[in-house]
Design a protein. Structure first.
Ligand SMILES: N[C@@H](CCC(=O)N[C@@H](CS)C(=O)NCC(=O)O)C(=O)O
Length: 210
């Protein structure tokens, strides 16, 4: 059985979790509490020496790191994988964009704004810097999504799931969805795709303790 090692509330963990739900891929979630440091425990490091989540263990026991690599693995041969060579390259382009221009800024701003609000004041200057950097990527994404329903003209794909992971919770990072109308429209389109499940449900039904 495929196992997804994940923590609650994480946009990166959400990506393979959503893809497996949408594909009907059977799996179980093993919850790792990163706030308690469980990702650095000897037991977990024996499974994933990188000491982060998500981590996907396939049916054959192979471990896969990086949420977007998991999407690539899971989507192979499915409707979530673009079918032309050009569209696959474009999917990869946006998946790198997500990991370099969006996630590194939205994720920490959200962490210190919403997940650890006690530290919001102490990290106010960093949060402002992260928000300004996120805005550059989000503005580029908003321009791309104008007059498009999904990231690629070929339809809903792993490029959408990768980008959606953190972008749909940008308000939890103190950013304003109203500033990005095309992104707001796209978020709504993704939420209506077949088998969609919200981030709040990650780990609710299919989890077991580590
Ligand atoms: N680029 C990686 C990011 C992995 C990552 O940094 N995960 C965070 C949670 S979202 C984590 O495990 N943080 C705890 C730590 O670094 O110790 C991915 O997309 O999977």
């Amino acid at each position: 059985m495929t196992k997804l090692y994940a923590c609650l509330g994480s946009g990166n963990c959400f990506k393979p979790w959503l893809a497996m739900h949408q594909l009907g891929h059977p799996f179980e979630v093993v919850l790792i509490d990163v706030l308690k440091g469980e990702q650095k425990s000897p037991e977990y490091l024996a499974i994933n020496p990188l000491g982060v989540v998500p981590h996907l263990q396939t049916d054959t026991g192979q471990g896969i790191g990086e949420s977007n690599a998991m999407l690539w693995y899971l989507a192979e041969g499915s409707y979530l994988m673009p079918t032309t060579r050009e569209a696959r390259a474009e999917a990869l382009q946006w998946m790198y964009f997500e990991q370099s221009k969006l996630e590194p800024f939205i994720s920490p701003a959200r962490f210190f704004t919403t997940i650890l609000p006690d530290q919001r004041e102490a990290r106010a200057a960093d949060i402002k810097t992260w928000q300004a950097s996120a805005d550059i990527g989000l503005s580029r994404l908003d321009a791309h999504l104008e007059n498009r329903e999904f990231m690629l003209d070929t339809g809903y794909s792993i490029a959408d799931i990768a980008t959606f992971g953190y972008v749909h919770v940008l308000e939890e990072a103190g950013l304003n969805m109203a500033d990005y109308p095309a992104i707001a429209h796209w978020v709504n389109s993704v939420a209506q795709t077949k088998g969609f499940r919200p981030l709040a449900e990650l780990g609710q039904a299919e989890s077991k303790a580590a």
